[in-house]
Design a protein around this ligand. Sequence first.
Ligand code: FDA
Length: 308
Amino acid sequence: MSIARSLLLRAADSQWLADQMSRRSFSRRAIRRFMPGEELADAIGAAATLKGQGMGSLFTRLGEGLTKQSDADAVRDHYLDVFDQLAARKLGTWISIKPTQLGLDLSVDKCLEYLHTLAAKAASTGSSLWIDMEDASYVDRTLGLYRELKAKYEPVGLAIQSYLFRTPRDIEGLLPLKPWIRLVKGAYAEPAAIAFPVKRDNDLAFFDLSLKMLDGVKTYGGLAVFGTHDIALLRRIIASAKERGVTPGQYEIHMLYGIQPVAQRDFVAQGEAVKVLISYGHAWFKWFMRRLAERPANVTFVLRSMLS
Ligand code: FDA
């Protein structure tokens, strides 16, 4: 892992920096590169624009690692309302959520209960519920939650990280469930004992896992989602899908709001199914630091925002 990436990921845990950044107007200007605004209405406006360009969307309200059960209750209630609002607007938007935002650190059982409630709501409103993957200490519990949900509801998806050595086995174990899997490279600082420290190795692993997922979709069904902005990699995956007769819709490309927007539109023009994950909310600090760590050159636009 590069020194810059590792420093930025370590800084993500600094409460002092979080307080400082949250108070400064320059950081608000800088985050606008990755989010249309902090309010749900901002996300809805962006989703409508994307829909007009032939793209789907997913929403996530930022916040993680909750320490009070009442906060988790409020998150559940918030998303129940969002599902209704999305259905009323016929936006076709999905929801993506971190288990610690539903109190996984407080109670696995309660977290599962809330996920059931949200998955049922997603199914009844024609939407889909996705579970993000957090750092490696959560993977076993998150897989357990997903298996429970998938046994009951069709439109539920799970993010899986290619940088973890365990991931080929995890994917193989999930395939018979006809899973909806979003493969991502992984955004956390993990030790070299459990995850690829070198980006090139992770990129190769991502491609190998993509083939496994495409074969899985063909054999079992489900949905293979490739969540990356790595255009060359996506082109190879699309070519491999074509070779296998796996078509857009059986697989999708998901990217983050504000990253590679031109490529997002180009893929749509080529007939690919593309969705954009839109974040909103006030608790953006940790998430923003992970976006900087993914591309340390991004720090320059933070500096530019300070000067402007
Ligand atoms: P890579 O890092 O190879 O970048 C390829 C190119 O994309 C770069 O050269 C640059 O042009 C552009 N790029 C990438 N990141 C950028 C950034 N921050 N700013 C500007 N340009 C950038 N992670 C996780 O651990 N758990 C999860 O649940 C999710 N969920 C998730 C959903 C979706 C839809 C996406 C796209 C990503 C995630 N991630 C995630 C994040 C993921 O793990 C990873 O950190 C980022 O996608 C960055 O890696 P790339 O695959 O884009 O490629």
